[in-house]
Write a protein that binds this ligand. Structure first.
Ligand code: SF4
Ligand code: SF4
Length: 487
């Protein structure tokens, strides 16, 4: 006989199960809610045009940098592209200088100098690099300009986005994206032109004659520029850039930052022009919101110093314009220091800043000396490892070497080879060689030790390559001569 489960028990179990499911659902929703808090939805920022000193300064700097970026690869120097990073031939031409992989030490120096310059600037004036010179900001401002000329000023862009699709909207949006894509393509073209001769690049694109890497970088740079400057914008600065995260540790109370003078501005509020607002308990901030509308990262500087701020100073120009309209003093939002805002003295010269400056200058001087003393000649000696030594037909001891000579100069040189280190050594074969500018040759040579010196043991020798013209280029490298007597 089968045991029957009482109906009451079934009902209790079902209710218990339903309660568990409800609790699990609640936990899931709570988790989802928390994750939504962590990943805040992005609000599109409609940047209003700012007018003023800092905006003009930034525009001038940005246009100079853009013109330099787009034109430097077209410049010629001694009949060659002035800046060309010729990766297949491992030669890097920069205004008459040719650098080789051996010179990567110099590149490391330059990168370290750039890092110290960035630290120095950050301690002195916060994130001025971000606001005025970072490519992400420069291209973002360029894209915002393109947006403005195709879709109109801020209010018009906002109403255009809210409106239904019309032929006018379609026309403006298409124009904007075509302009964005053109800028992106031009940016990618200029970039690839620093690595592949730019004057041939256009015709080769038309003939579909590009290599796989050239095609990849053209595509990648076009896409990266279009997405980063057109769509992601401030998200790159806020979430992707490591500098944004660590720059705050370099700030101190004397660092110049863009700040709102709360003591002067509060209580903020609307008022009639010319009204005695102080009698109403109001400060200088008219709460117009212009400082927020011009901000490319969409923050309110009145909330205090925020890590999103790229110190572009657009809010200073925006607020100054409002102050002028109201007849108030400028500088409610201004470049200042925390000490100054608290009524204390600002110390421009301080140990950390001086330390960075001294380190920076020392490295610049050391780099200058290294570049100045650089001999545009590279020498490598490879011993023939198959045979330690052999006897020639005259009974002399013979060692074979491959001598690698890189002429890193801009002109051809004749080089003379010589050997020292053991009495009776003789270099036989080609002892003079001509090497073209930028050429690397492998020269097989033989060094013999006369039979009368047969008892001389193996020793280190020095092989010298010296230009036989007036350039004075000379380099010596050590190798080993193996004789019949081992020591
Ligand atoms: S708060 Fe001012 S300085 Fe900072 S990013 Fe916005 S507009 Fe530029
Ligand atoms: S622009 Fe100046 S006045 Fe207007 S809200 Fe900002 S701080 Fe206040």
């Amino acid at each position: 006989m089968t045991d029957r489960i009482p109906t009451q028990d079934i009902t209790d179990a079902a209710q218990k199960k339903a309660a568990e499911l409800r609790a699990a659902k609640g936990r899931k929703e709570e988790k989802l809610q928390n994750s939504e808090d962590l990943y805040q939805k992005r609000k599109h920022i409609y940047v209003r045009k700012a007018i003023g000193f800092f905006t003009n300064l930034r525009n001038i700097l940005n246009w100079v940098m853009l013109v330099a970026y787009f034109t430097f690869s077209w410049l010629q120097w001694d009949g060659k592209q002035a800046i060309l990073f010729d990766l297949p031939n491992r030669q890097f031409h920069v205004f008459g200088y040719t650098f080789f992989p051996h010179d990567f030490m110099l590149l490391s120096w330059i990168l370290i100098i750039c890092a110290f310059l960035l630290f120095f600037m950050t301690v002195f004036a916060g994130r001025v690099w971000c606001g005025y010179a970072c490519p992400q900001s420069v291209w973002t401002f360029l894209y915002i300009w393109a947006e403005r000329i195709t879709e109109g000023p801020r209010n018009k862009r906002m109403s255009l986005d809210r409106s239904e699709m019309t032929s006018e909207k379609l026309r403006r949006k298409t124009a904007k994206h075509l302009l964005w894509l053109t800028i992106a393509l031009a940016t990618a073209f200029a970039f690839v032109g620093y690595f592949s001769p730019i004057r041939d690049l256009g015709p080769r694109i038309l003939e579909m004659d590009l290599g796989p890497w050239e095609m990849w970088w053209l595509f990648f740079f076009t896409a990266a520029t279009y997405i980063n400057a057109g769509w992601m914008r401030e998200q790159v600065c806020i979430y992707m850039c490591p500098y944004a995260r660590f720059q705050s540790v370099m700030f101190d109370r004397d660092t110049l930052v863009v700040s709102y003078d709360a003591a002067r501005g509060e209580n903020r509020g609307r008022r009639k022009k010319g009204a005695d607002y102080k009698a109403e308990g109001l400060g200088d901030c008219i709460d117009c919101g212009v400082c927020v509308q011009v901000c490319p990262v969409g923050i309110d500087i009145r909330d205090g110093l925020q890590y999103e701020c790229i110190t572009c100073a657009a809010c200073i120009d925006g607020c100054d314009e409002m102050m002028d309209k109201m007849g108030y003093d400028r500088g409610l939002v201004r470049y200042t220091t925390e000490n100054e805002l608290e009524g204390k003295k600002t110390h421009i010269l301080r140990p950390r800043l001086i330390g960075y400056f001294v380190a920076l200058m020392a490295m610049v001087i050391a780099l200058g000396i290294a570049v100045n003393d650089r001999v545009p000649l590279e020498l490598e000696i490879l011993r023939d490892r198959n045979q330690l030594y052999r006897m020639d037909v005259n009974g002399n001891i013979e060692n074979s070497y491959i001598i690698k000579i890189a002429n890193m100069d801009q002109k051809e040189h004749n080089y003379a080879l010589s050997v020292e280190g053991l009495a009776g050594l003789e270099l036989v074969g080609q002892t003079e060689v001509s090497v073209s500018a930028g050429e690397v040759i492998n020269l097989p040579v033989r060094i013999i030790l006369h039979e009368s010196k047969m008892n001389v043991p193996s020793a280190d020798i020095q092989i010298t390559v010296k230009s036989s013209d007036n350039s004075g280029h000379e380099m010596t490298k050590e190798s080993r001569f193996i004789s019949a007597v081992q020591r």
